[in-house]
Design a protein around this ligand. Structure first.
Ligand code: AMP
Ligand code: GLY
Length: 421
């Protein structure tokens, strides 16, 4: 099978790493890829949000299966273009991708599905939005409706912050994404993520994880794309997972199918858990980054069979073979991230690190130049390890982190603290 993966982050490096372990994979191309991916697969430059260009590339390279990593090509309808061309693809249609691309769409689908989530109001007018905030008071959560690269959510602990967020959003701070806002009830609890595969009809759980969104230790400082993750997340017990499946995910998938937009791909449910009850915070229509890295570490090559079964509508007959293991990933980021950061600093020491089924450094924002590995992004490396216990996995991961020589970078030393303390 010839496979094309779209994307360039740590998520895509881990997908490529897992897919390559499956003997079914004859040839793997990743577009656009990064320096780490280039060590294990061919990389090609391609405008991955341009469906026509992706279809032509897939046809020219005799690609049998396309796996779409990030949300932007999904929201742009790239999966639809591939399906129309008769190419097997893993990822939802542009319509179904609205579960991530529009917060008001998702809230309305949750209403129809009767899925537990935060109460909300949807506004296209700043004065009405402010009146809603004054009436309900803080804490309260203000969200730009559309995709805003993870920056469109303001959790306001006081009323003025929420009112200022409305001015920012209607003032164009998030471009078109802020012309509509959703204002939500603030939910308390502990967050964790549940990942399921869907084929339009059947649903298969492929694991749980917990991200670390804040930049600083002890979950302090500004929000980031995620500074580390581990899987499984004990807070999402089998009982709570079953509840989330029955009360949130299955009814949502049914509403989508009933509306003529069956969901196919991976669905990432961000959940808030309190007193044994899960509530939906958000859906994403792709793997989380860095959550994907820990899931791939645990699933390995079977993930290709599972993604193919989802794409071909055969999930009913699929099953996951679980090892009773744990995985953790520590993100190394450039100094300054998530604010402005320096690019082009050199990373050394990577060659001496172990690379096997229990230890792997996935690259996010890197490039190779003159035999050197240079940092090009905010989040740069995902140092990932697996073990029989979370503690063992964590010790392995931090031992590798210590072997990375990168004066231009930093990392959190407390990844996994909620599960270990
Ligand atoms: P989102 O992009 O919707 O996942 O929001 C980003 C983060 O904001 C979430 O991971 C939560 O930590 C927080 N958040 C979003 N919505 C709520 C809510 N209704 N109550 C409390 N926290 C929230
Ligand atoms: N790590 C959070 C996300 O991928 O959205």
């Amino acid at each position: 099978m010839n496979i094309l993966i779209l994307g360039s982050g740590g998520r895509e490096h881990s997908l490529a790493w897992a897919v390559m372990q499956n003997p079914k994979c004859d040839k793997l191309i990743v577009a656009p890829g990064n320096a780490g991916i280039a060590q294990i697969a061919d990389c090609a430059s391609l405008d991955i949000e341009n469906g026509g260009e992706v279809v032509s590339f897939a046809e020219e390279n005799a690609i049998d299966f396309v796996i779409i990593g990030p949300e932007a090509p999904l929201a742009a309808g790239v999966a639809d273009r591939l399906r129309e061309a008769g190419i097997l693809v893993f990822g939802p249609s542009g319509d179904a991708a609205k579960l991530e691309a529009s917060k008001s769409f998702t809230k309305e689908v949750c209403d129809a599905a009767n899925a537990p989530t935060a109460g909300y109001g949807h506004f296209t007018d700043a004065e009405a939005a402010k009146a809603h905030i004054r009436k309900n008071g803080a804490p309260i959560v203000v969200k730009a409706d559309g995709l805003a690269a993870g920056k469109g959510v303001i959790v306001a602990m006081d009323e003025q912050t929420a009112l200022d967020a409305i001015d920012d959003m209607f003032g164009g701070a998030f471009g078109g994404a802020g012309a509509e806002v959703v204002i939500e009830e603030f939910m308390e609890g502990e967050e964790a993520s549940l990942f399921v595969l869907c084929d339009g009809e059947d649903i298969l759980s492929i694991g749980t994880a917990q991200d670390h969104k804040r930049v600083g230790e002890g979950d302090t400082g500004p929000n980031t794309g995620g500074m580390g993750a581990y899987s499984p997340a004990p807070v999402l017990s089998a009982e709570i997972e079953a509840k989330a499946m029955e009360e949130i995910i299955k009814p949502t998938m049914k509403v989508m199918a009933d509306r003529g937009m069956p969901y196919q791909g991976v669905l990432y449910a961000g959940l808030m858990i309190k007193d044994g009850q899960p509530r939906l915070v958000e859906y994403n229509v792709r793997f989380g980054d860095p959550e994907c890295q820990v899931l791939m570490m645990r699933l390995g090559g079977q993930v290709l069979d599972l993604m193919q079964a989802a794409a071909e509508g055969r999930l009913a007959e699929a099953q996951v073979n679980w090892a009773d293991d744990h995985a953790i990933t520590v993100v190394m980021a450039a100094h300054g991230y998530p604010g402005s950061y320096e690019k082009g600093t050199e990373i050394t020491g990577l060659d001496a690190l172990p690379e096997d089924s229990a230890n792997m450094v996935f690259h996010a924002g890197t490039k190779a130049e003159d035999g050197k590995v240079l940092a090009t992004g905010g989040r740069v490396l995902n140092v990932t390890a697996r073990g029989e216990s979370l503690q063992e996995a964590r010790d392995r991961a931090y031992a590798m982190v210590n072997g990375v020589d990168w004066p231009g970078g930093f990392f959190r030393r407390d990844i996994g603290w909620r599960a270990l303390d």
